[in-house]
Design a protein around this ligand. Structure first.
Ligand code: FEO
Ligand code: CA
Ligand code: CA
Ligand code: CA
Length: 750
C-alpha cells in the first residue's frame, strides 16, 4: 500500500524486483500509525489508578519486582558484581543467553573484508567494517504485515563508533595516551583512525533463530570522519561555518578553496544518539574538540576555542599534524562544523548526513525525542562536561505521521531551550522542586539585564544572524542566561508505560502517564570545591574549569558516583516552559569507608554511600526505557574494580523500577570497558547492548594486556561464524551483543 501523499521521487534501492524504498517507507508510516492507534489512550489509563509509588519493595534480589503503575515488573535475579580481578567475560542472569552480534572490524557492507586480527588492514578496509568503540544505537525495524507491523527479526541497526584506541588500531601501534611520536605517525594511520570513527549502519536479521549482520545488504554503510555531510538550519552558511575546503585523499588533504558553510566532511566522537518518529537516526558529536590541534606555536586559544576546550594538542590523536583540515590555525573554522546533532536516513544509503544546527552546538551526549498528542516534537539533550547544561529543542512544526518526506527538515526550525533547576518546592510533594526552560533566542534577557541580541558575543545586523551566533556559541548563550551547571549530563531517556503487560508506547501523556524525562549525571570532581566559582555569564570560562557550589539539583560535593535526575513537563507537553523535578537516585557504595577531602564542604552530605534501593553502582551514563516501563542504566567508571569501585566491581547494566526505585544488576562486563548502547526489537524479546573498549589503555606492545574479550568468552558469533583467537595476534574488540531469554520471553520481564 502506498500513501497518497507520498512523493514519487525516491530511488529504487534494489533493481532486483524487491520493493522500492518508497514502498518500505510507506509501510513504515502506515504501520507506525497503526501502532500509535493501538496504544492505550490517556483516558483509559486513569482507570489503572495512575502512577503512584506502590511502596518500597524489600530488597530481595531473587524475588520478582511486581508490575504496578505502568511498570511491567522485573523477573530476573540479580547477577553478582564482578569484583577485582575482573573476569574477562560478560555475565547475565540465569535463563538468559548472550551472544556476539558484531565486533570492531566485522564487514558490514557487500565489499567489506573479514577482520584481520593483526590490525594490518588499512583505511579502505575499515571504511567497510564495523567501526571501533561502539556507543549509542537504535534498531529500525523493517515493516511486516500483522501485529504491530514492525519486524522483530529484521531491521537496520545504526550504531555509533565513538572513538579509537590507537595503540591497538594499528598493527605496529600508536600510543595516543602517552602521546603519538610524530616519527611513527603517518597519513595512512590517520586515515584508518578517521575511518574507525563515526557510525556503522548495518542490516541485522534473525534467520533460523540466529541473529546476524547481513554484510551483503544494500543498507550496510559506514559514515566516518571524512564522509561528506551537509550543514542546515539557522547557523548553516554563516561566515564562522565557512572553512577551508579540502580534497580528502588517502595521501593527504589538499586545500581547494573555501566552503560555503553548508557542506562539510565527517562526524567524530559519536557518543549517544537519538531517533525521530519519522524513522531517522540521530548521532551526537561529543568530545570533538580533542581531534583538533595546532602545529603553530605558541598557541593562544580564542575565547570560543577556550569555552569548548580546543587546545594545541587535543587528545593526542595528532590528526592535525598531517591533516591540515584539523589544524585550527590553518583552518580556524573547522571546529565550528562539529559539536552538532547529525541526522541520518538509514533507509536511504545514498543520503547525505545532515548536521542540524538548530539543535545547538556543544558536547552532545544524546537526543531523546518525545512527541505530544498534538504531534509536537521535542528533544532532550545533555552537554557532557563538568558544569555544563541540559537542553531541549522543540520543533516549530508538528510531525506529520502520514507523510514522511514532510518531516525531513523538521529539525531545521524551532527553539532551543536550556534548563534552570530552581530550589522552589512543589507544594504537597516531598523533595520536588520547580524548574524552567529558558529560550536561547535573540530577545531573551540575560543576567546582564539585556537581550542576547545586545550581548557583544551575539550582536549582529539581523536577528537571523544573532540566532546563528547563539547556536554556534550555545554554551556561551547558556552562560549568559544563567542556566544551571550540572554534574556532567550524559543520556536522557523518556519514560514509557505498560499496562496489563501491554506496551503503551503511543505518544499520549496525561494523568497517570506523565511526560517524564530522566538524565544521568555521571560525576563531577569539581563540585563543592573551594574556592567556589561559576561559569562566567560573559562566556569566558574555560571548558570544565568552574568550581560551582552544591545546589539542590547537584547536591553532592566531589560527586564521584553521580546521580539521576528526572523532570515532568507542565501540562504533559514538550512545549512546556516549566517543569517539576526530583532526584531519582544518588548512586554510591553502601559499604564504602571513603570520606570527603578537606577541600569539600561535607555539611549535609551522605559521603559516598548513596541511596540506592537495591544493587550499588556509580557513574551512570547510558539510559533507556524499554517498551514496558523498565529503565535500564549503563555505567562508565574505571573498569577494573579498583579503588572507589572495589565493592561495585566492573561496569554494569542495571534495571530500575521508576515507581519504587528498586534497581537490580542485569549484566557485568569484562575489564576496562564501558557498557554503553542498548535498544530492543519492538517485542522486547531481543536486546542489543554495547561493550565499548574492553581492555582499554593496553599498550601497543601488548594489546591483550587487560582483556582478550570477546573471543576469550565466545567461540562464535550469534550467526555461528568462528571468532578468531590466534595466540600472538590477540586484541580486544568493542562489541554489540545480542541478549535473549532462553524461554523466548521479554528481556527483563516476569
Ligand atoms: Fe561519550 Fe559522555 O560519554
Ligand atoms: Ca556516554
Ligand atoms: Ca561517560
Ligand atoms: Ca568511555
Amino acid at each position: 500500500m502506498k500513501g497518497k501523499q507520498h512523493p514519487a521521487n525516491d530511488v529504487t534501492l534494489n533493481p532486483s524486483g524487491n520493493e522500492s524504498i518508497r514502498d518500505v517507507l510507506d509501510r513504515i508510516d502506515d504501520s507506525r500509525r497503526t501502532f500509535i492507534k493501538t496504544g492505550v489512550s490517556a483516558g483509559a489509563l486513569t482507570a489503572f489508578g495512575g502512577v503512584t509509588a506502590v511502596g518500597i519493595v524489600e530488597t530481595v534480589e531473587a524475588a520478582p519486582v511486581p508490575p504496578a503503575g505502568g511498570f511491567a515488573g522485573i523477573g530476573f535475579e540479580s547477577v553478582p558484581p564482578s569484583l577485582a580481578p575482573v573476569a574477562d567475560r560478560v555475565d547475565v542472569p540465569a535463563g538468559y543467553k548472550v551472544e556476539v552480534l558484531a565486533a570492531w572490524g566485522d564487514p558490514i557492507t557487500p565489499t567489506g573484508p573479514a577482520w584481520a586480527e593483526d590490525a594490518s588492514q588499512d583505511a579502505a578496509a575499515q571504511e567497510q567494517q564495523f567501526g571501533m568503540h561502539t556507543d549509542g544505537m537504535h534498531y529500525f525495524p523493517f515493516p511486516v504485515a500483522g501485529g504491530s507491523g514492525l519486524s522483530n527479526e529484521r531491521g537496520i541497526l545504526c550504531v555509533n563508533n565513538e572513538y579509537t584506541h590507537e595503540a591497538i588500531l594499528h598493527a605496529d601501534g600508536l600510543d595516543a595516551t602517552t602521546g603519538i611520536a610524530t616519527s611513527t605517525l603517518s597519513i595512512q594511520k590517520i586515515r584508518k583512525s578517521q575511518a574507525a570513527h563515526g557510525v556503522s549502519v548495518m542490516e541485522v536479521r534473525r534467520t533460523g533463530g540466529k541473529w546476524g549482520v547481513r554484510a551483503n545488504s544494500a543498507f550496510g554503510r559506514r559514515i566516518t570522519a571524512n564522509t561528506p555531510v551537509s550543514l542546515s538550519g539557522p547557523a548553516a552558511g554563516h561566515p564562522l561555518m565557512q572553512t577551508v575546503k579540502y580534497d580528502i585523499r588517502p595521501t593527504g588533504s589538499l586545500a581547494n578553496g573555501t566552503s560555503d558553510g553548508r557542506q562539510g566532511n565527517g562526524t567524530v566522537n559519536n557518543c549517544a544518539h537519538g531517533f525521530t518518529p519519522w524513522g531517522t537516526y540521530l548521532t551526537c558529536e561529543e568530545n570533538w574538540n580533542g581531534y583538533f590541534g595546532a602545529t603553530a606555536s605558541p598557541f593562544t586559544p580564542t575565547k570560543l576555542e577556550r569555552r569548548y576546550g580546543v587546545s594545541a594538542n587535543g587528545f593526542g590523536y595528532k590528526w592535525h599534524v598531517l591533516d591540515d583540515r584539523f589544524d585550527v590555525r590553518k583552518n580556524p573554522n573547522e571546529p565550528n562544523n562539529f559539536g552538532w546533532v547529525v541526522e541520518i536516513d538509514p533507509f536511504n544509503p545514498r543520503s547525505t548526513p545532515v548536521k542540524r544546527t538548530a539543535m545547538g552546538r556543544f558536547k552532545h551526549e544524546s537526543a531523546q525525542v518525545a512527541v505530544g498528542p498534538d504531534n509536537a516534537v521535542g528533544f532532550y539533550m545533555g552537554d557532557d562536561e563538568r558544569n555544563e547544561y541540559i537542553y531541549k529543542f522543540v520543533c516549530a512544526k508538528p510531525w506529520n505521521p502520514r507523510n514522511r518526506a514532510a518531516n525531513m527538515n523538521l529539525l531545521d526550525e524551532g527553539v532551543l531551550y536550556v534548563a534552570r533547576f530552581s530550589s522552589t518546592p512543589v507544594p504537597g510533594k516531598t523533595n520536588t522542586f520547580r524548574g524552567e526552560w529558558i529560550a536561547l533566542e535573540p530577545g531573551t534577557v540575560g543576567l546582564d539585564g539585556k537581550p542576547l541580541r545586545e550581548n557583544p558575543e551575539f550582536a549582529a545586523a539581523t536577528d537571523a544572524e544573532v540566532k546563528a551566533l547563539i547556536l554556534i556559541k550555545t554554551r556561551m548563550a547558556a552562560d549568559a542566561v544563567g542556566a544551571t551547571m550540572m554534574d556532567r549530563p550524559e543520556w536522557t531517556a523518556l519514560r514509557t508505560y505498560s499496562f496489563g503487560g501491554r506496551a503503551a508506547t503511543g505518544y499520549s501523556y496525561g494523568p497517570g502517564m506523565p511526560l517524564e524525562v530522566y538524565c544521568t549525571l555521571t560525576n563531577n570532581s569539581r563540585r563543592g570545591n573551594t574556592p567556589a566559582s561559576s561559569n562566567n555569564p560573559n562566556g569566558s570560562t574555560g571548558a570544565a574549569s568552574a568550581n560551582p557550589p552544591v545546589d539542590p539539583a547537584n547536591p553532592r560535593p566531589d560527586n564521584d558516583y553521580g546521580h539521576i535526575i528526572r523532570w515532568r513537563e507542565d501540562g504533559n507537553t514538550v512545549r512546556a516552559l516549566a517543569f517539576e523535578w526530583d532526584l531519582f537516585v544518588q548512586c554510591g557504595d553502601k559499604a564504602t569507608a571513603k570520606t570527603l577531602g578537606s577541600s569539600y564542604n561535607a555539611a549535609g552530605h551522605d559521603g559516598y554511600v548513596g541511596n540506592i534501593n537495591g544493587d550499588d553502582f556509580g557513574a551512570p551514563d547510558g539510559l533507556w526505557f524499554d517498551h514496558f516501563g523498565r529503565m535500564w542504566i549503563q555505567t562508565d567508571q574505571a573498569g577494573d574494580g579498583s579503588g572507589d569501585w572495589r565493592n561495585i566491581g566492573s561496569n554494569s547494566m542495571l534495571c530500575a523500577d521508576p515507581n519504587t526505585k528498586q534497581i537490580r544488576r542485569f549484566l557485568t562486563s569484562p575489564p576496562n570497558c564501558e557498557v554503553t548502547g542498548v535498544v530492543s526489537t519492538p517485542d522486547g524479546r531481543t536486546v542489543f547492548c554495547g561493550i565499548q573498549h574492553p581492555g582499554e589503555d593496553s599498550t601497543a606492545a601488548n594489546p591483550a594486556q587487560f582483556s582478550n574479550w570477546p573471543q576469550i568468552q565466545f567461540a562464535t558469533n550469534s550467526a555461528g561464524q568462528v571468532l578468531p583467537n590466534t595466540p600472538g595476534k590477540r586484541r580486544p574488540r568493542s562489541t554489540v551483543l545480542v541478549i535473549t531469554r532462553e524461554d523466548g520471553g521479554i528481556v527483563g520481564g516476569l
